[in-house]
Structures are given as C-alpha cells and as structure tokens.
Write a protein of this length. Structure first.
Length: 129
C-alpha cells in the first residue's frame, strides 16, 4: 500500500482529513456543488413559476403584436415576452414596464445586440434612426 498523504477539508472549521486530490470532504463537496447549481438554476426556476406564466400570458394578451416590429411599421405576431433589462443584469422580473412582447426575429436580434453591447462595455442601445 503506497502512503497517501491527507490534508484537512478546505471548509473553514471542518478539519476532516481528505485525500490530497480532494479539497473538501464528501459532505462539504456536496454542499458546494448544491450551491453552484442553485445559482445557475435560479433564473430557470423563475421562468417556471405560476406568477411569471400568468404575467406573461396577460402581457401577451395586451400586446399580441411584436413591439419592436411595430416601431418599424411592421406587423408581426409576438411570440415571446422578453425582459427589456435582463434579470441576470438586475432587471426586475415582474415589473410591467420591464417587459416587451417580441417576435423570434426581434428577440434573436436583441440577444445578439446585448452580447455585442456587453463586449464593447456600452450601457445604451445605439439606434441608427
Ligand atoms: Zn468538510
Ligand atoms: Zn419583431
């Protein structure tokens, strides 16, 4: 049997000895993973809540047409309800005035612009008109 050195779990105050390749004991490793997953899934969870589904349905009933297309004089049915300021950027998930009804085309354009904007570090949408 080769000698395998052990070191204490990296969780403050834990002190359980673990194999060198693990930074945490089994219990704290599990807790850490659970925390990371909870963060990642919190937005997904929101989109599954009844509150959001009701708000979205109600908003679409009021805005059956894509709002971006209407601004350009086009008439397209809205497919999705989008957050003007994304939740992950601190936008309010249930605020009526943070919502807009979009068609797929406008939604994918907006997602692209958002990524572009963040890349250049600008905070406002540039409009050519
Ligand atoms: Zn531990
Ligand atoms: Zn549109």
């Amino acid at each position: 049997m080769p000698f395998s050195p052990k070191k204490p779990c990296a969780y403050p105050g834990c002190g359980v000895l673990v194999d060198r390749k693990h930074a945490y004991c089994a219990k704290h490793e599990r807790e850490r993973n659970a925390g990371v997953n909870a963060n990642r899934q919190s937005t997904d969870k929101f989109y599954n809540t009844q509150r959001w589904k009701k708000l979205r349905a109600f908003y679409r009933r009021q805005h059956p047409l894509c709002e971006e297309c209407l601004k350009e004089g086009r008439v397209n049915p809205s497919i999705i309800v989008d957050h003007i300021k994304p939740i992950k950027e601190g936008g309010s998930p249930l605020a009526w005035d943070n919502l807009q009804a979009l068609c797929w085309s406008c939604h994918s354009t907006k997602s692209l612009n958002d990524r572009h904007r963040r890349g250049r570090g600008e905070s406002k949408v540039q409009r050519s008109q």
